[in-house]
Design a protein around this ligand. Structure first.
Ligand code: FAD
Length: 442
């Protein structure tokens, strides 16, 4: 079948290769032309492209199932397996890849370019073509690209075919990113870690993290409340560098003797959780032959590192369900997403509300069921909770499974216990540092 895909991000590229290997002739259209001859790739319009990414095992499993050669190519390009060591009778477990987002996309893009049956086209998708009540292709820069199956993989900010679906639900994450990539110097030892992804600490008023990536690189992140205008000043390189020197953990990773910056300081855009199904206001597939995949269906707080996993889980489901009846496969996907993907949106919406309150200095609210973040924090104190919390963290069990240990976690909070706050500068300290740095550099 002729298939047209709007968007050559992870979802569009993965879908294209998977469908081509099932006999489709696929054209993928993206306004981005790919990496420049010198290897640079600004990737305008995809603000997260250069921000830290954790790549979960679900992504590796999807590659393994549909395109093991791409998984091998990632490993050959420097992506490393993240492993949780054996503990309490549980064997060691692979939980994903240490890999820059840019590397993942480069490798997927190269695989798509080399794939028989896939064509990549640069252009702006204006709309979905409609004919006799079915999708008939894409309008690209005013020209028609005819196809019997159309995939909308245009990402979190896309408005493509907005009129063909009922409005989605959305909630602010309440956080904003500022990050920078560093490379370890030759022979330098890695810095401290406190989890398999790298380092994650919650300080009063902000989060600090180091993501281990490929090829001895790390991405260093400070996530502030999006309402915190003063900490927005961390986007100034002098302020960011001064801040990371002050924050325990970040200071060790970014010490000039250990590593050097290899990217500009990257401010992040607006972050939200969103969910939108396939159906229109009447509850029917808006346009038979059109399916929405990836971030166009679900986006979640990036600090959870779930976006590419939820995207490829959807795509795997769809390509497997797709027989001759695209509408039936779309309905099947919609029902499956409501059951298996939407819970991650609901979970983040509740977790984020609490996280914002917590970062703003408020105490846990014991008048309501504990949200996942509080239960996960309690498991750090009482490892017996990990029996339930571990599968949730690795996304092999849905958020609702945490209900089993909620009473035990609640009892800990009710007794007066609170997660320890690491030593380090407060939000006010960082704000003062931003003011000082800006005053010196103006
Ligand atoms: C700051 C941040 C950090 C994140 N961290 C993580 C993480 O650690 N782990 C994780 O798994 N996920 C993370 N995510 C989520 C992850 O990046 C997304 O889930 C992922 O990008 C979804 O891929 P996609 O292909 O669906 O959309 P995108 O990657 O957004 O790709 C959409 C593509 O469509 C193209 N496009 C859009 N409109 C048009 C048009 N009209 N015409 C032509 N082309 C168009 C764009 O150019 C783009 O190439 C993060 C997200 C953010 C914002």
């Amino acid at each position: 079948m002729e298939t047209a895909i709007a968007g050559a991000g992870p979802t569009g590229l993965f879908t294209a290769i998977a469908l081509a290997r099932r006999g489709h002739r696929v054209t993928v259209v993206d306004r981005d032309g790919g990496p420049a001859a010198d290897g640079s790739w600004p990737r305008r319009g995809v603000m997260q492209f250069h921000h830290p990414h954790g790549v979960r095992q679900q992504v590796v499993d999807a590659l393994e199932a549909e395109m093991p050669d791409v998984r091998d190519a990632l490993a050959a390009a420097g992506a490393e397996t993240s492993i949780v060591p054996a503990a309490n009778g549980r064997p060691a477990m692979a939980i994903g890849l240490r890999c820059r987002r840019s590397l993942l996309e480069r490798v997927l893009r190269e695989a798509a370019l080399a794939q028989d049956g896939v064509t990549l086209v640069r252009g702006h998708v204006d709309d979905v073509l409609r004919s006799r009540g079915r999708a008939a292709g894409l309008r690209v820069d005013g020209r028609e690209l005819r196809a019997g199956l159309v995939v909308n993989a245009s990402g979190r900010a896309g408005h493509l075919a907005d009129d063909l679906r009922a409005p989605g639900e959305s909630a602010d994450c309440g956080l904003a990113y500022v990050s920078r990539h560093y490379a370890l110097r030759p022979g330098a030892e890695p810095g401290p870690v406190n989890n398999p992804i790298g380092l994650m600490s919650r300080f009063p008023g902000y989060l600090a993290a180091v993501f281990l990536q490929d090829d001895r690189t790390v991405s260093v992140l400070i996530a502030r409340l999006s309402s915190d205008r003063e900490l927005a000043g961390l986007r100034a390189p002098a302020a960011f560098e001064a801040a990371v020197r002050l924050v325990p953990g970040l200071d060790a990773w970014t010490a000039p003797a250990r590593s050097e910056p290899i990217s500009p300081v990257l401010p992040g855009g607006h972050l939200h959780n969103s969910y939108r199904g396939q159906r229109d206001e009447r509850g029917r597939v808006g346009l038979p032959g059109l399916v929405h995949l990836g971030d166009t269906v679900c986006t979640t707080n990036p600090t959870g590192g779930r976006g590419i996993a939820t995207s490829l889980l959807q795509t795997r489901r769809f390509v497997r369900a797709l027989g001759t009846d695209a509408e039936a496969a779309t309905l099947e996907l919609d029902a499956w997403c409501a059951e298996r993907i939407r819970p991650w949106f609901d979970d983040h919406r509740a977790w984020d509300r609490d996280q914002v309150r917590q970062l703003a200095g408020e105490d846990v609210d014991l008048d309501r069921p504990l949200t996942s973040g509080h239960i996960v924090a309690a498991a750090e104190r009482d490892p017996s909770l990990m029996r339930v919390v571990g599968p949730y963290l690795s996304m092999t069990a849905l958020p609702a499974t945490l209900a089993e240990v909620e009473p035990a976690a609640r009892a800990m909070y009710a007794s007066g216990w609170r997660p320890p706050v690491p030593d380090g500068p407060s939000r006010d300290d960082l704000a003062a540092l931003v003011r000082r740095t800006v005053a010196v550099t103006v």
